[in-house]
Design a binder for this molecule. Structure first.
Ligand code: 2AM
Ligand code: CA
Length: 265
């Protein structure tokens, strides 16, 4: 395994300890609202601090982009950190949240780790080296198309500009598939596509830290991640579709008629 992936694993475990220590005393946490419907707690910040310290100790020259504290330094290597993806779930005691850590070199993903501290599930990927859940190799499903597929998604919770377009996509895909789930942590949704627990996923308006690690997991598990229009600018737009190659193609085709002109990147 790439040494940078090992550092990401170590950092994720440390953040996991911070997160789990507070999970039994959620009522006493200090929580603030960053924007409407977007919450941050002292746990997010403490977990992020633990991750940054671990990365810094191993790679002092590398840059870091972290959800709560923003950009640290400039370098060809940049770590992309979401210390607690699914904060809203976490604060409600809903058991679906994760830590996401990725490393990019000049914009290309090198390492990706998504860690679910509740289930102790460590999803890891090295560029060119495949993806693992703990010690088991991951592979996306070979689901042939939408019929019978189980999909994940994210319902817009903050920016409501595209809610009607989103609901039209949801209606079309509800009719075509076996079912749609909205678990609430994009990082884990991506990990689940890589692990074959869901066949595909789509969402509008993600941030890069929600899915940088997950995108490498899916890629290394043999799947495809793209912009919602099918192009490759997903890290810029945050509008994503993921799945195995055939399902991905069908998802793009089914969603396209409902895409507003401005989202056809
Ligand atoms: P976060 O915890 O890092 O903010 C899924 O739609 C993504 O949106 C999640 O990865 C989650 O990441 C984020 N999110 C933030 N607030 C949310 C909310 N109120 N409901 C659902 N998802 C939310
Ligand atoms: Ca997030």
């Amino acid at each position: 395994m790439n040494p940078t992936t090992n550092i990401a694993i170590r950092a994720a475990r440390q953040a996991g300890n911070v997160i789990m220590r507070s999970f039994s005393r959620l009522d006493s946490l200090t929580v603030s609202e960053k924007q409407a419907n977007d919450y941050v707690s002292e746990v997010d910040c403490n977990a992020e601090q633990a991750i940054i310290e671990t990365i810094r100790r191993a790679y002092p020259a590398h840059a870091i982009l972290a959800e709560e504290s923003g950009e640290h330094g400039k370098d060809d290597f940049q770590w992309i950190v979401d210390p607690l993806d699914g904060t809203t779930n976490y604060l409600h005691g809903f058991p679906q949240f994760a830590i996401s850590i990725a490393l990019m070199h000049r914009g290309r993903l090198e390492s990706g780790v998504v860690y679910d501290p509740l289930r102790d599930e460590m999803f890891t990927a090295d560029r060119g080296g495949g993806a693992l859940l703990n010690d088991r190799r991951l592979r996306v499903t070979d689901q042939k198309g939408l019929k019978g597929a189980l999909l994940g998604t994210g319902i817009p919770f903050r920016d409501q500009r595209y809610i009607d377009a989103y609901l039209a996509m949801l209606r079309a895909l509800t009719q075509e598939t076996a079912g749609i789930r909205r678990p609430g942590s994009a990082a884990l949704d991506f990990a689940y596509v890589a692990a074959g627990r869901i066949d595909g996923f789509w969402e509008l308006g993600l941030s890069i830290w929600d899915f940088a690690a997950g995108a490498l997991l899916i890629q290394e598990a043999g799947g495809v991640v793209s912009d919602i229009g099918g192009g490759s600018r997903h890290f810029e737009t945050g509008n994503v579709i993921a799945g195995n190659i055939r399902l991905h193609r069908e998802l793009v085709a089914t969603i396209r008629p409902h895409l507003p002109e401005t989202l056809r990147a």
